[in-house]
Design a protein around this ligand. Structure first.
Ligand SMILES: *Cc1c(COP(=O)(O)O)cnc(C)c1O
Length: 415
C-alpha cells in the first residue's frame, strides 16, 4: 500500500511542475501584488498646477470634480469628501440614521460599511450573501427588517452591481433609505445605467487600490436635493452661509451659522485634480480590467478545483477585485496553504474580506459567528488575485500559471 502511494507521488513529481513551496522554481522572479495604482505624467502635472495655484482646498477643482461625477453617473448631485468612509458616515447621517435604529448590511465588505451605522449610534444588522454572486441577498435583507430598520447599506462587492431592482422595491415598500456602498463599482452599469445614480445615495472611494484614485478621497451621489443639502452641511462642521437655512437674520457680512453637528470631511484640490485626471482614463482602466477578468475566467472555469464568481446579467461589471474561490473537496490543501503556495510563486494575494462581525470589536458588541453561513463559507475559500490596469499580459499569464500549477499539484480528495 505504502509502495503504491509512494510510486504515485514519484509519478506526480516526474510529470508535474513542483510548486515553489515544495522546493520548485517560482513562476516569476519578482513579486506581484493584488492591486496597484496607475499614475501618468498628466496626473502629476495637474497636481503640480494646483500646488502653484491660490487654492489648495475649497477651490475650483472641487466643483469641477463634482460636475464630472454627475456627468459620469447621471446623478443630479455629487458631494466629494475626504474618503469613502466619510462618504458613508455622511450618507448615514443624511438618511437620518440615529440611536436606536438598525442598518442592514453584508458581512463580506470592508468594516466601514457597518461602522457608519455605529458612528450614528445605530446597530448594524448583517444579512447573508447570495452564495454564487457573493452580493447581499435581497430575500435575506427583507427577512432582517424590523420596526427599527432605517437604512440598507448594499455593497457592490468586487465591482459587480448588487441586485438593485429587488433592493429598491424592498426599501420602497418598507420606507427604508437605500445607501449603495459603491467603493468597488465605479465604471459598472446596471441595466445599461451607470451605478451612482440608481440608489437613494451612492458612495465612492478613491483609495489607491480602487479603480480610480486620489490618494484618499470619497464622494456621495444622489438625485435628492434634501439629501444633497444635508451632505454639504455634514461635510463642513454643520456650518452654512445659505441664508435660507439660517435661524437668525444675517446682518453682518461675515456672518455664518452652525445649525447641525458636522465634521471636517473636505477633500483637497490636489486630490480633486488627480481624480479628475484619473477619470479621463476610466474607459481605459475599465476595458483592461474586463480583459484580465475574461482571461482569468477562461483559464479557471473548466477546473473542478476552482469556482468562478457568477455575474447577474443586469451588471456590466468593471471588476475591482478578482476572487479566486477554491472548491475544498477537490483539494488536498486548505486556503491558507494555497495562499502561501501562491506567495512562494511570487504571486502575493490578499483576502477580501474577513466577515465584519468576526472582529473583536463586534464580538464585544454581542455579535456571534454563525450569523451568515454563506458569507462564512465564502470567507474560508477565497483569495484575491492581482487585478489592476498596469498588469502586463506576462503578469496575467504568470498568475494563471501559478494558480494552475498549485491546483494541479494538490488536486485530489481533501484529507
Ligand atoms: C475601500 C472601501 C471603503 C472605504 O473607503 P476609504 O476611502 O478607504 O475610506 C468602504 N467600503 C468598501 C466596500 C471599500 O472597499
Amino acid at each position: 500500500m505504502w509502495k503504491c502511494v509512494s510510486l504515485l507521488y514519484k509519478w506526480r513529481d516526474m510529470t508535474m511542475e513542483k510548486p515553489a513551496i515544495e522546493g520548485g522554481k517560482p513562476v516569476r522572479e519578482t513579486p506581484i501584488y493584488y492591486g496597484h495604482q496607475y499614475i501618468d505624467e498628466a496626473d502629476i502635472q495637474v497636481v503640480v498646477e494646483v500646488l502653484r495655484s491660490d487654492f489648495l482646498t475649497c477651490g475650483p477643482k472641487i466643483g469641477e470634480l463634482e460636475q464630472k461625477l454627475c456627468a459620469l453617473t447621471g446623478a443630479k448631485y455629487a458631494v466629494v469628501c475626504a474618503n469613502g468612509t466619510a462618504a458613508l458616515h455622511m450618507a448615514a447621517m443624511a438618511a437620518g440614521v440615529k440611536e436606536g435604529d438598525e442598518v442592514i448590511t453584508t458581512p463580506i465588505t470592508f468594516a466601514a460599511s457597518a461602522n457608519c451605522a455605529l458612528y450614528c449610534g445605530a446597530r448594524p444588522v448583517f444579512a447573508d450573501i447570495d452564495p454564487e454572486t457573493y452580493n447581499i441577498d435581497p430575500k435575506k435583507v427583507e427577512a432582517a427588517i424590523t420596526p427599527f430598520t432605517k437604512a440598507v447599506v448594499a455593497v457592490d462587492y468586487t465591482g459587480q452591481s448588487v441586485a438593485l431592482d429587488p433592493l429598491r422595491d424592498i426599501c420602497k415598500k418598507h420606507g427604508l433609505v437605500l445607501i449603495e456602498d459603491g467603493a468597488h463599482v465605479i465604471g459598472t452599469k446596471y441595466k445599461g445605467q451607470p451605478n451612482g445614480s440608481l440608489s437613494d445615495m451612492t458612495t465612492f472611494s478613491f483609495h489607491p487600490v480602487k479603480t480610480v484614485t486620489g490618494g484618499e478621497g470619497g464622494a456621495v451621489l444622489t438625485n435628492d436635493e434634501a439629501y444633497y443639502k444635508k451632505l454639504l452641511l455634514y461635510r463642513a462642521h454643520g456650518i452654512t452661509r445659505d441664508e435660507s437655512l439660517m435661524e437668525h437674520e444675517p446682518d453682518e457680512p461675515w456672518y455664518y451659522e452652525q445649525i447641525a453637528l458636522g465634521y471636517n470631511y473636505r477633500m483637497t484640490d490636489m486630490q480633486a485634480a488627480l481624480i479628475i485626471s484619473q477619470l479621463d482614463k476610466l474607459p481605459m482602466f475599465s476595458s483592461r480590467r474586463k480583459e484580465i477578468v475574461k482571461r482569468y475566467d477562461e483559464a479557471f472555469s473548466g477546473m473542478p478545483e476552482l469556482f468562478v464568481q457568477r455575474e447577474i446579467p443586469e451588471s456590466d461589471t468593471t471588476r475591482h477585485l478578482y476572487i479566486l474561490r477554491l472548491v475544498p473537496e477537490k483539494l488536498r490543501i486548505d486556503r491558507k496553504r494555497f495562499f502561501e503556495a501562491l506567495a512562494a510563486e511570487n504571486v502575493c494575494c490578499n483576502v477580501h474580506y474577513i466577515p465584519t462581525y468576526y472582529f473583536p470589536y463586534y464580538e464585544k458588541l454581542g455579535y456571534r459567528r454563525g450569523l451568515c453561513p454563506n458569507a462564512e463559507k465564502l470567507y474560508e475559500e477565497i483569495i484575491s488575485l492581482p487585478l489592476y490596469y498596469a498588469m502586463s499580459d506576462e503578469d496575467v499569464e504568470s498568475v494563471i500559471r501559478a494558480v494552475k500549477k498549485i491546483a494541479a499539484y494538490y488536486a485530489g480528495e481533501h484529507a
